[in-house]
Design a protein around this ligand. Structure first.
Ligand SMILES: [Zn+2]
Length: 334
């Protein structure tokens, strides 16, 4: 059946890490796993491209809620330590939002998990039955092996997952009417977007869609509002480059693409400011202030440096060797 239409991207697993076909079984189960780490869907899927990994999943959901397709639904992924389970199940790796405590996951990852389960159940014609045994249609990795997977947090929400998915499957009309009454106006959401409550780029898009909003319509209002604001703003309102540089370093303008968008929306020259920031930071930071790559790798795993492009930008801006640190992180997470 290929992949769900909900995927953000495809990062296909190495053919050494899954079995072609499902040995005659048809899909009638879902098995959510946790990554035991904080990763984007793409980062997790890339691990399954290593032919020696001996593991895979049909889907990976990142901490940002992005859904990535790894193993075609027609094939049995190697995820749950059980051939008969994985022949019947679509398996889904879900990123954690923290590596301490009970392995929590983010709400956006949760929403993506719910939506993906609804989509799978609809297409294969089953509902989620969670009875705490491997006979249900919602199963756990730790039913088949001595593992903490799917983590306490997610495990405690398995019944809620089944209930939420089944409610959406049975009452699509009730759900849509109840959500429409709960929904805010596009105008209100656009204001929230401008205030930064919905993130940026793909993150913003995924979150708005997951919450049932019309991304394009809202983005249009945002652009209009920002266009009006910038044409009203005169150069006299603008701060000096030096002031902005200090604000960027103090973290007031975010990172990476977010920073770029915000600076440009406010009428500043991003390249000019970024190079001034880089100059200032490189003059300031001495190697004696720097922590070891090992220490930074631990901080990365603890979630202190964000994810994906954001992590890369922040590490690079702080003078660290992103590739070297990411390598240590990947080794530690293996
Ligand atoms: Zn697992």
């Amino acid at each position: 059946m290929g992949f769900s239409s909900l995927i953000r991207s495809k990062v296909l697993a190495s053919s050494s890490n899954y079995t072609q076909g499902r040995k005659g079984y048809k899909v009638c189960k879902i098995t959510p796993h946790h990554m035991a780490g904080i990763l984007s869907g793409e980062q997790c899927a890339k691990l399954f491209q290593n032919p020696n990994r001996q593991a895979s999943a049909n889907y990976c959901i990142g901490n940002d809620g992005g859904i990535v397709g790894c193993v075609d639904e027609n094939n049995r992924a190697w995820t749950s330590s059980s051939s008969s389970n994985d022949c019947q199940a679509i398996t889904i790796e879900v990123s954690n939002s923290s590596t301490v405590g009970d392995w929590p996951i983010s709400e956006v990852a949760w929403n993506s998990l719910v939506n993906l389960c609804v989509d799978i159940c609809k297409r294969y014609g089953f509902t989620l039955k969670y009875d705490g045994t491997k006979n249900g249609s919602l199963t756990r990795h730790n039913m088949f092996a001595a593992t903490s997977c799917p983590g306490k947090y997610l495990q405690n929400r398995f019944q809620e997952l089944a209930d939420t998915v089944n409610a959406k499957l049975s009452g699509s009309t009730t759900t849509s009417s109840s959500t429409s009454s709960n929904k805010k106006s596009n105008e209100t959401i656009a204001e929230e977007v401008i205030q930064g409550k919905w993130g940026n780029g793909d993150d913003r898009k995924n979150r708005l869609i997951a919450a049932g909003y019309d991304y394009n319509a809202i983005q249009k209002i945002v652009n209009q509002k920002l266009g009006v604001a910038s044409s009203n703003s005169t150069t006299s309102n603008k701060k000096s480059i030096d002031t902005i540089v200090n604000e960027v370093i103090a973290g007031k303008w975010g990172n990476g693409e977010d920073r770029k968008t915000r600076l440009q929306n406010a009428g500043y020259n991003y390249s000019e400011i970024q190079s001034a920031v880089n100059n200032k930071l490189s003059g300031k930071s001495t190697s004696s202030n720097k922590k070891s790559n090992e220490t930074i790798a631990n901080e990365v795993i603890a979630g202190k440096w964000g994810n994906g492009a954001d992590r890369k930008n922040r590490l690079t801006a702080a003078g660290y060797d992103y590739n070297a640190i990411q390598k240590i992180v990947n080794q530690k997470l293996k």
